[in-house]
Design a protein around this ligand. Structure first.
Ligand SMILES: C[S@@+](CC[C@H](N)C(=O)[O-])C[C@H]1O[C@@H](n2cnc3c(N)ncnc32)[C@H](O)[C@@H]1O
Length: 312
């Protein structure tokens, strides 16, 4: 194991012990994203229940043409949480002679494979995969993204941050990008049945996606959690409105992790992720508080899914 891998494992263990020793029990959502997690999420995106991808992809072609006119030519795009790097195609197709694409993601093997698939279709665009954790300060590799710059954060991933964390992320992104535009997707949906289908079911894929975190923890941290003792549940919560993902223990159990015992009562859960739902005005206020000036807003008629163009 390399030094960097050892540091990552030590951080994962620290975070898991801290999260599972507290009440309620939590695990940071960023650990959902190993290669299996990224692959499962890509399958979720094409499931009919998972409306955010469908709605964003309906909006994006029109938005991309207008963004292209607003940001000018020879722009470099930096995508945060690039995943399968599918949506970027719509943006690159619309932009005038884009110079470079930096795909930034925490899921290393998946990121590198996604950029390797994309690159042959855009020979004029310099492509750089950057494996980094955007919940910390990120510096772009020297020369990878010549100005002017356009940040891109689709997939309503901003919703994984609570408002204060989202503001911190937007401030860090401003430091990473410097003077730039930033295109961000946000979802205001509060329709309980629609959210229940998207986040609770998606053909069982959501359960597989969250339960994979237990498999990852056992494999990478040597814990002995019994995956079959947990079932996935999506919960709608208020103040602020959000969907929480939980893994609920069916029976009381005691598991070993990093030399410690983690005890569960029947019905006790681990929160594995949160999706905050940001209405357009609330998101614009948040972005402005992080130094981003709202330039343009596009809203999907069906769901209210919004794409915000900001400027710093
Ligand atoms: C909801 S998916 C969105 C993927 C894609 N952008 C889309 O719109 O379909 C979130 C992406 O962010 C990445 N991600 C999650 N937490 C991260 C972190 N802390 N740092 C960097 N990438 C992260 C995941 O690996 C995943 O690819």
């Amino acid at each position: 194991m390399s030094g960097a891998d050892e540091d990552e494992r030590a951080e994962f263990l620290r975070d898991a012990l801290a999260g599972l020793s507290g009440r309620p029990k939590t695990l940071p959502g960023k650990y959902l994203w190993d290669e299996t997690g990224s692959d499962l999420f890509d399958r979720i995106c094409s499931h009919p229940d998972y409306y955010p991808t469908r709605r964003e992809m309906t909006l994006l072609p029109r938005v991309a043409r207008e963004v292209a006119a607003l940001v000018g030519s020879r722009v470099s795009v930096v995508e945060f949480g690039s995943g399968a790097s599918r949506k970027i195609r719509t943006l690159l197709d619309a932009l005038d002679a884009p110079a470079a694409y930096v795909a930034l993601d925490i899921s290393k093997a998946y990121l590198e494979a996604a950029v390797a698939r994309l690159a042959p279709d855009y020979p004029g665009v310099a492509m750089t995969p950057v494996c980094a954790d955007y919940s910390k300060p990120v510096q772009l590799p020297h020369g990878a993204a010549p100005r002017p710059l356009l940040g891109f954060f689709p997939g309503t991933t901003i919703g994984n941050f609570a408002p204060e964390q989202a503001r911190n992320f937007l401030e860090r992104a401003r430091e990473t990008l410097g003077p730039s535009h930033f295109l961000i997707g946000a979802d205001p949906t509060r329709d309980a049945p629609r959210l229940g289908r998207a986040y609770g079911a998606a053909g069982g894929l959501m359960g597989d996606f969250h339960l994979n975190l237990i498999a990852r923890m056992n494999r990478e941290l040597g814990s002995d959690f019994d995956r079959t003792n947990f079932r996935h549940e999506a919960r709608l919560c208020d103040d602020p409105f959000r969907v929480e993902a939980h893994l609920v223990a069916s029976a009381p159990a005691r598991y070993r992790l990093g030399g410690q015992t983690i005890a569960f009562e029947a019905g006790e859960s681990i929160r594995t992720d949160t999706s905050h739902k940001y209405a357009p005005e609330a998101f614009q206020t948040l972005a402005a508080s992080a130094g981003w000036e709202p330039v343009r807003l596009w809203v999907d008629d069906d769901s209210g899914f919004s794409l915000h163009l900001l400027k710093a």
